[in-house]
Design a protein around this ligand. Structure first.
Ligand code: 1CP
Length: 354
């Protein structure tokens, strides 16, 4: 396997000194890029794109050809796991993900079991090894999964939701059933992420997009506890250094202080908490990733540059910051605007490092 030529992202996650702040962008491969839309059309639909290692590799590399990014992220989705659990994932054009067989009762939960990850999700591991080879050591490859809670919201609601009525009802009426569901998703996710590491993923990110829909005690019980199990059970001692893990609960705010003790290397922060405040919550025990408001990318180059400058200043001096947006880039963004952001990080960040 080729030597890594750019390790600034991995160094920052480990809070080691770097000459500048690394940058990558959540959803950096995606619909805002015309070349992505072309490959997506060639594949036919989103899941066919995910299942084709050559095309998944191609769209993973597309943003790296345009922008000076310090990491690649596997092109896949958090919903591959419930698909492997037999729920029948499909995408309705313009409507987001749907499941043919949502799991809405204790009886439906009892019928679930941990699948054979190697056969059901082998296409993801093929994509990881194909991408890793194609990267040829230019930048590290991030593998990922959804948090069990976030994945379970889709499994129970059957689709995207903003109020999570069914799953929150289940949490109150039959918490044991929900915990059983979360255990199955957690066990599957551990195997899934370990196989991504085995196939060549060099860092792992867990996306907990909907954790903050829970009140704090329920967050700890139904979301954080399972992320803890994942961190505890990853086979992270692969090379000379441990594979770093990033946990991202969107909207975590003060809960960041609870997430620190999981043993992860880094926490993702969205734009509703400034990085200086987040740094105080975590007492510099872990690195922080984020957190420019994605909406800033709709504005002029001058406003974008100012946003980058403010984000860097908010984190302040020293190692342990990975620049990113506070959530994924949206399809309406002009690619040139992301170029302005990335260039600004390269230009403005060295002053924060010795
Ligand atoms: O139409 C299309 O082409 C599909 C759009 C799309 C894309 C580009 C989906 C469907 N998934 C993805 C890729 C994806 N999803 C990646 C890899 C690419 C990259 O980051 O460059 C990753 C890491 C995800 C993760 C993901 N999927 C999350 C967690 C992160 C987040 O954004 O909060 C979630 C919640 C999903 C579910 C999902 N999959 C797709 C969509 C449109 C959604 C969101 C649905 C919703 O809002 O509820």
């Amino acid at each position: 396997m080729a030597e890594l030529k750019n390790d600034v992202f991995l160094r920052a996650l480990r809070r080691q000194p770097t000459a500048r702040t690394p940058v990558w962008i959540m959803r950096q491969a995606g619909r805002y890029l015309p070349e992505y839309r072309e490959v997506r059309a060639e594949a036919g639909d989103f899941m066919s794109l995910c299942r084709n290692a050559r095309l998944a590799c191609e769209v993973t590399l597309q943003p790296l050809r345009r922008f000076r990014l310090d990491a690649a992220i596997l092109f896949s989705d958090i919903l591959t796991v419930p698909d492997a659990l037999g729920l029948g994932l499909y995408f309705e054009t313009g409507e987001g993900p749907r499941f043919k067989r949502p799991v809405q009762s204790a009886a439906a939960i009892r019928k679930l079991s941990v699948p054979d990850v190697g056969s059901e999700l082998g296409y993801v591991f093929d994509a990881v090894s194909t991408i890793r080879k194609a990267l040829d050591g230019e930048v590290p490859l991030i593998g990922f999964a959804g948090s069990p809670w976030t994945v379970a919201t889709y499994m129970v609601e059957g689709r995207s939701s903003r109020d999570f009525k069914t799953i929150r009802g289940l949490a109150k009426e039959d918490p044991q059933a929900l915990l059983t569901l979360l255990d199955i998703v957690t066990e599957t996710t551990v195997q899934y992420l370990n196989a991504q590491i085995e196939a060549g993923a060099q860092a792992i990110m867990v996306f907990d997009t909907w954790g903050s829909a829970l009140e704090p005690d329920d967050y700890r019980r139904f979301s954080l506890a399972n992320m803890q199990t994942i961190v505890d059970n990853l086979a992270r001692d692969k090379g000379a250094e441990r594979i770093p893990v990033i946990l991202f609960t969107k909207g975590a705010g003060a809960l960041l202080a609870d997430m620190v003790d999981t043993g992860c290397e880094a926490l993702g922060v969205d734009w509703t908490t400034d990085l200086g405040t987040a740094r105080r919550y975590v007492e510099d025990k872990v690195a922080l990733q984020g957190n420019l408001d994605p909406a800033t990318l709709r504005e002029s180059p001058a406003v974008i540059r100012q946003g980058v400058a403010d984000t860097l200043a908010s984190y302040g001096h020293g190692p342990g910051h990975v620049f990113n947006l506070g959530h994924g880039i949206t399809p309406d963004i002009a690619p040139e605007h992301l170029g302005v952001l990335v260039d600004a990080v390269h230009e403005l960040s060295p002053q924060y490092h010795d």
